[in-house]
Design a protein around this ligand. Structure first.
Ligand code: ADP
Ligand code: MG
Length: 618
């Protein structure tokens, strides 16, 4: 028998390595930006076409390469950044594996142009799938330009696997944010299909954060500074009242490298303990500097994870630094009468002398809006032409009036003794038939001829709302309720883009927008029954859903929107429902096309036959 083991040819080895390094256009963006930074550039331009599927180009004014280096840079394990294995323990550069360019050249068409400051003329190299097509002397400015075209041209399976342009562009933007945030002293520009998405001058860190996340961010930031022997921290955390439902504003940089660390994230959450509402996440933009010897960044090919020698100490320092800042900048919880006062005293307040409380005025409170708002929805309810089973909207009326009273949270903590506050419903007198009852403010139990029906109130209501929103969107006609005072909401350019992509569908549910600027959106009308106070929550939830459901090519914006709004607006578990409301909900559920499951395909109800029950008694 002959021997059967062979060495893989280089281009095959490179393609395999490429699978690890390059998952999508955003990976190319990351590698090229990092190379430009390692080359000492202070101006970097990123040019993208078709979300990177057609072109990713990075142009820098860094130190460039000699003719030989230019050619060598595409060889595997070719790097100028480490010479010995020991160098690995004192990394000050982003790259060190010498794999990126070789991998990228194996799966794309690459044009490189580069020139060192000392040279008169530069070098141009064209490579396609690891094969050098041409190499010339070129007239080119000092620095390097790498253009990566037709990514995955020779791996159709990978190319087909790419998501829609929206999704791929979002990944690229995320990568760009991370690199740009880590290097405020470098100027960055970012163009997509010819339009400028970012133009960031050299600036300080605060300006960089604000430039990327929008002007409104400025007022949210609380500085965090700490220096100990093992760790230096600088950066910002967001004030608790600006916390978000998404984790989109959480950034750790270790030695100017973006990392993900659930453990350190926990340290921040611990520092915010008692200051955040359930389900909300703090924003942070924190730079940690540690001795490169004490970390290991070599454990993951895309290098977003990191191992620290002494995690516990870092955790403790980080938590106390953040707590200290929150205390120092007087971030007290907003007066909140529903919670026990000793429940959420931040640590730095425990030992402080008392302070005269300040009064928070709810500027959006408008006594007129309250009346007109609810009477409008009541009107529209009586005009509602569908069969009586569909007057689920009455479920909102209570919500709405309550929230306008500035007691929104009460809805969620609506325990039985609160019954006397529930006089908002016009039809209170109809409490006669007791065919349903509520279990644990979570389930509605009803009798059937042959047994018993148990409905999950939240899921059932989601189903009802979902079908209703979808209907409005498809027939493109919805009743809108005009706001007395237009609502101006602030978003990041990125978030605004998500909303604008869905604008048409949103308008078909009844939203009316006017005056869209780069960072704000004015809402002048909302779907009937949607309380004004819920508007920003709905839109935030929507953004988060779009960001996290990673919609692919065949996703329907309308469907996602309907689901997201249904989720935001459905009655929650823990909410007491009057008998009439319970019955409305049951009837509306069974008037649905698909009553059995929630919009996310979970069961809305279960039944138990008398047989089942009898079996339990044997
Ligand atoms: P690594 O960054 O891990 O060293 P790469 O494959 O990304 O590996 O790059 C290989 C080498 O090519 C680098 O070590 C560097 O010497 C050179 N290089 C790559 N990009 C640039 C650039 N933009 N400017 C100057 N040199 C570069
Ligand atoms: Mg590199």
């Amino acid at each position: 028998m002959t021997d059967i083991i062979q060495l893989l040819p280089d281009h095959v080895a490179n393609q395999i390595a490429a699978g690890e390094v390059v998952q999508r256009p955003a990976s190319v963006v990351k590698e090229l930006l990092e190379n430009a930074i390692d080359a000492g550039a202070d101006e970097i331009k990123l040019v993208i076409k078709d979300a990177g599927k057609t072109l990713v180009q990075v142009i820098d004014n860094g130190k460039g390469m000699s003719v030989t280096d230019a050619r060598l840079s595409f060889e595997r394990h070719a790097t100028s950044k480490i010479k010995t294995a020991e160098d690995l323990f004192q990394l000050n550069t982003k790259g060190f594996r010498g794999e990126a360019l070789a991998s990228i050249a194996a799966i794309a068409h690459v044009d490189l142009k580069t020139k060192r400051p000392v040279d008169e003329l530069g070098t141009a190299i064209e490579i396609e799938g690891s094969t050098v097509k041409s190499q010339d002397i070129a007239v080119t400015p000092t620095g390097t330009s790498v253009a990566v075209k037709n990514l995955f041209f020779n791996i159709p399976a990978r190319r087909n696997f790419l998501k829609s342009d929206t999704v791929e562009l979002r990944h690229i933007t995320d990568e760009f944010h991370r690199v740009a945030l880590a290097h405020p002293n470098i100027a960055f520009a970012f163009y997509h299909n010819g339009s400028e998405l970012f133009n960031l001058p050299k600036e300080n860190y605060r300006q960089r954060v604000v430039h990327i996340f929008g002007n409104k961010t400025n007022e949210k930031l609380v500085p965090v500074e700490e220096e100990t022997e093992v760790l230096k921290i600088s950066g910002f955390v967001g004030k608790p009242e600006y916390s978000k439902k998404t984790r989109s504003e959480q950034f750790f940089f270790v030695n100017q490298r973006f990392i993900k660390s659930p453990y350190l994230n926990h340290a921040i959450s611990a520092a915010f303990e008692g200051l955040l509402k359930d389900g909300y996440h703090p924003s942070y933009f924190l730079n940690l500097s540690v001795d490169p010897k004490t970390i290991d960044i070599n454990i993951h090919p895309t290098k977003t994870e990191i191992k620290f020698d002494d995690e516990h100490t870092l955790y403790a320092i980080l938590r106390s630094a953040v707590k200290h800042s929150l205390g120092q900048f007087n971030i007290a919880p907003v007066l909140d009468f529903e919670q026990q006062s000793d429940f959420n005293t931040p640590y730095s307040y425990k030992n402080k002398a008392g302070k005269t409380p300040t009064i928070e005025v709810d500027q959006s409170f408008n006594p007129f809006a309250d009346d007109s708002g609810s009477s409008k929805s009541v009107d529209s309810r009586t005009n509602y032409k569908s069969p009586p089973t569909a007057n689920w909207e009455s479920l909102y009326v209570g919500l709405e009036s309550k929230s306008n009273n500035g007691q929104r949270d009460e809805v969620d903590f609506n325990f039985e003794q609160d019954h006397n506050t529930e006089t908002i419903f016009s039809d209170t007198s109809v409490e006669t038939s007791k065919t349903t009852f509520q279990l644990q403010q979570k389930y509605i139990v009803s009798t059937l001829k042959s047994g018993m029906l148990i409905i999950d109130q939240n899921r059932a209501h989601q189903r009802v709302l979902y079908e209703n929103f979808l209907k409005h969107m498809t027939i493109k006609e919805a009743t809108s309720q005009q706001l007395l005072f237009p609502l101006e909401l602030g978003f990041t350019p990125n978030e605004l883009k998500i909303i604008m992509d869905l604008r048409e569908d949103l308008e078909h549910t009844g939203f009316v927008f006017s005056n869209v600027t780069k960072e704000t959106l004015t809402v002048t009308g909302v779907p009937v029954g949607v309380p004004e106070s819920e508007v920003s929550i709905i839109l935030e939830q929507l953004i988060s859903d779009v960001e996290h459901d990673v919609p692919d090519a065949n996703f329907s914006a309308a469907d996602l929107l309907a689901k997201s709004m249904a989720k935001s607006l459905a009655i929650k578990n823990g909410q007491t429902l009057k008998n009439t409301e319970q019955e409305h909900l049951v009837n509306s559920l069974f008037a649905c096309k698909e009553p059995n499951v929630s919009p996310t395909n979970r069961p809305t109800f279960i039944t138990m036959s008398t047989d089942d029950i009898e079996k339990k008694f044997v």
